[in-house]
Write a protein that binds this ligand. Sequence first.
Ligand code: E4P
Length: 217
Amino acid sequence: MKFFVDTADVDEIKSLIPTGLVDGVTTNPSLVMKSGRDFREVVAEICDVVDGPVSAEVTAIEADAMIAEGKSLAEIANNVTVKLPLTFDGLIACKALTSDGIDTNVTLCFSANQALLAAKAGATFISPFIGRLDDINIDGMELIRDIRLIYDNYDFDTEILAASIRNANHVKDAALFGADVATVPPGVIKSLVKHPLTDKGLEAFLSDWAKTGQKIL
Ligand code: E4P
């Protein structure tokens, strides 16, 4: 499973790159607002440091305007993926941009039927929002399972990008249920490495090593 980082914070992205875990980045208008940065400038900077797809979202709501914004965003760098909302106009824009060879990420997906439509429109990625479904007491992971089954039934190439990931269990379950990608906030990525038995074991090894009086270098 690929990991995208769900943030518009360039320093956070840079801190994760040496781990080799960053296969791409997703942003959205709320994350750009949080960064306090100019949208085009921050997308260009992320595209420069990340060797992988970087999602940048349109804010128009009509198909023609979405297509124009999408083409303009795609000119920022060749690893821009244009993010489009899962609306009727978003699907039209998805079809048009895909036909022009521009990668697309259809976002705000909350049902299997929506995901089916996005795949038929040629989306590169579909973004089912796990956490926001959990927030209203609907099992977000069930949606990942359903989409995986539907896409496999018909050999759709669209990749399932599990989004709105809020905790380590979401990451594990997305992997178990066959999501192609999980886009994960930096804090959650960093939490995945933690285990109390790792800390305890390391402490014991280092304490015993000190008793040997030896040095490796
Ligand atoms: C990513 O593409 C989404 O915009 C993001 O994962 C949404 O997460 P949230 O529901 O925690 O805002």
